[in-house]
Design a protein around this ligand. Structure first.
Ligand code: ADP
Ligand code: MG
Length: 234
């Protein structure tokens, strides 16, 4: 296979210690993941899935071991490289959408591009393009609370794609959606991986995981199985 986009080497993380009891949340995670993979991360609540995603996404730097992005250790990133990693390499999608309630959809998406060099007009133009792509052309001037759950998640997908990142991290993106809406959102996320990005998706559902090209099972902070499935059709 090609060079991994991201490699994890013996990632460990604990909470507590000292006076409070120590909880080992990640217990030696080794992993190589590649562009174009659609990876499901499955495991019981509390098994460490979100912690692992936040660590990979650079939201949490308090861990042991190494994360390599395109072969470079995140710890060796300059401050500027780390900002770029957050804003341009990784796009996040969350279960509860994390939209900004007082902004309309265009601003909710274009705000993700504030660190890009593009001017306001270009950013708004790209936001409109992305919202159209996710099927929200006629809703762009609405606020999030005027949308259904599925529509909110479409906005979040548009926002995650705003800077054309190489990696999408989706933490239970369908967790708050009904079955029909889950299928629609899942197909959209799958298409993102089929377009060549690396997609990591946390899910509770084996049915959801069955749509992915690879399934990692996590139990108590360790990868207990790593299954290749059918590659994505492009
Ligand atoms: P998952 O996403 O698989 O449900 P998490 O990664 O959110 O699991 O949490 C893994 C474990 O880490 C849980 O036992 C949780 O209670 C613990 N944990 C998460 N965040 C903290 C924190 N800030 N302080 C202490 N323990 C935490
Ligand atoms: Mg979680």
């Amino acid at each position: 296979m090609t060079t991994p986009l991201i490699e994890l080497k013996n990632i460990r993380k604990s909470y507590g210690g000292g006076d409070s009891p120590q909880v080992d949340v990640l217990r030696g995670i080794d992993l190589s993941i590649h562009a174009g993979e659609f990876v499901a991360i499955v495991g019981a609540s509390g098994s460490g899935k979100s912690t692992l995603m936040n660590t990979i996404g650079g939201l949490d730097s308090d861990f042991e071991g190494a994360i390599l992005y395109e072969g470079k250790n995140l710890r060796d990133f300059s401050q500027k490289e780390m900002v770029n990693y957050h804003k341009k390499s990784i796009g996040f999608i969350f279960q509860n959408f994390n939209l900004i309630p007082h902004l309309d959809l265009i601003d909710n998406v274009s705000i993700a591009m504030t660190l890009s060099n593009a001017d306001e007009k270009t950013r708004r133009g790209r936001a409109k393009e992305l919202l159209t792509q996710v099927g929200l052309k006629d809703h762009m001037h609405k606020k999030p609370d005027q949308l259904s759950g599925g529509q909110k998640q479409r906005v979040a997908i548009a926002r995650a794609l705003a800077n054309d990142p190489d990696v999408i991290i989706a933490d239970e993106p369908t967790g708050a959606l009904d079955a029909d809406t889950t299928d629609v959102i899942l197909n959209m996320i799958r298409d993102i991986a089929a377009s060549g990005k690396l997609v990591l998706m946390v899910t509770h559902s084996d049915k959801v995981a069955s749509h992915c090209s690879r399934v990692l099972r996590i139990d108590q902070g360790q990868i207990v199985s790593d299954q290749e499935q059918k590659p994505l059709e492009i």
